[in-house]
Design a protein around this ligand. Structure first.
Ligand code: KIV
Length: 362
């Protein structure tokens, strides 16, 4: 990570993704748009979508060739540790969106409208969606719910020129009225409501609809009834595409407490939490044992002459202990490779008698 991240960050810089190919973009890795997504759907190709919340998760999702990245309000839970999605604000979502956009130049990036940012009126919904686009740099927004007021808000956002993804079935922002994270569409009435809501969102101009936690026949019916793609999560295989939460699919949280709340429908495609835990424990043990950093990870050298000048300079200012420490460190590293002839040269940087090699690679 140490050397790679800043270099990668420079390549990905620019929240608004200025037009034209990026250095690492090839013709084969063109950006997904609502139009390319529609093309995939028309060809019957399944659509993949994953959430991401920061630069590194976005880079991973982009590199894996996933079609759509959702900056989900599930950030409230997996990135901020809340019990539900309600606390996350639009300002916090904007921070997540900007980081994801920098890391994911290829997929379509969809920003979730958080609870409280669009329910009051279509005008509020448009204002929040405009902020996600302008300040967050996303390509489209997602909003939950299929009630008439939500459909009106979706229509207003589309009319403002912003692509909207709908979300019906279990809508986690509605846990207060749903009485918790509960599957929807299990009765005939509720199943019909899910399909009708999805149809209403399509009529409002949505380009896709998420179906969350509904029985497979309900998802299949909605997918057959709609012209636009359905993206399922806990909705079975008969959707146009699938979405999972990044942390869930990677098996990021492995503690018994966290495992208890991992949704039943989630398949863990990795054991990343265990890998991270092992690496961190090893790091801690090596720091405590003094075996990290060893010579291989102590790259910055000073020539023997430089160390002698440095030690003299330290003694001259009364820092005898520091001079002895510098000399002892140099002795300990004597077997390390010295670049050049080890003598000071013009161009070497000497500040107050302290010498460092000019131009050394950091
Ligand atoms: O916020 C989120 O992660 C979502 C997905 C579960 C669809 O809305």
């Amino acid at each position: 990570m140490a050397g790679g991240a800043p270099a990668a960050a420079e390549q990905h810089a620019g929240v608004h993704r200025p037009g034209g190919p990026r250095p690492q973009e090839s013709a084969a890795a063109r950006r997904m748009t609502v139009t390319t997504l529609r093309g995939k759907h028309h060809r019957g190709e399944p659509i993949s979508m994953v959430t991401a919340y920061d630069y590194s998760s976005a880079v991973h999702v982009d590199s894996a060739g996933v079609d759509v990245v959702l900056v989900g309000d599930s950030a409230a839970m997996v990135a901020h540790g809340h019990d539900n999605t309600l606390p996350v604000s639009l300002d916090i979502m904007l921070q997540h969106c900007r980081a994801v956009v920098r890391g994911a130049p290829r997929p379509l990036v969809v920003g979730d409208l958080p609870f409280g940012s669009y329910e009051s009126s279509p005008a509020q919904a448009v204002e929040s969606a405009v902020r996600l686009m302008k300040e967050g740099g996303v390509d489209a927004v997602k909003m939950e719910g299929g009630a008439a007021s939500r459909v009106g808000a979706a229509r207003a956002i589309v009319d403002a020129g912003i692509a909207v993804m709908g979300h019906v079935g279990l809508t986690p922002q509605a846990i207060s009225v749903l009485g918790g994270f509960r599957a929807q569409g299990k009765t005939v009435n509720s199943a019909l409501k899910v399909v009708e809501a999805a149809l209403a969102l399509q009529d409002a101009g949505c380009f896709a609809v998420v179906l969350e936690c509904v029985p497979a026949p309900v998802a299949a019916a909605a997918t057959a009834a709609l012209q636009i793609p359905t993206i399922g999560i806990g909705a079975g295989p008969l959707c146009s595409g699938q979405v999972l939460v990044y942390h869930d699919l990677l098996g990021m949280f492995q503690s018994p407490d966290h495992s208890k709340v991992t949704p039943k429908f989630c398949k863990q495609f990795g054991d990343v939490g265990a890998v991270i835990g092992k690496a961190l424990a090893e790091y801690r043990q090596q720091v405590e044992a003094g075996s990290f950093p060893g010579p291989d990870h102590t790259p910055y050298k000073m020539s023997p002459v430089g160390v002698a000048v440095f030690a003299d300079a330290l003694r001259n200012i009364g820092l005898d202990g520091a001079a002895a420490a510098a000399a002892a460190a140099a002795d300990a590293g004597k077997t390390e490779k010295i670049v050049g002839d080890g003598k000071p040269h013009e161009g070497d940087n000497i500040n107050n008698g302290i010498l460092s090699s000019a131009g050394a690679a950091v």
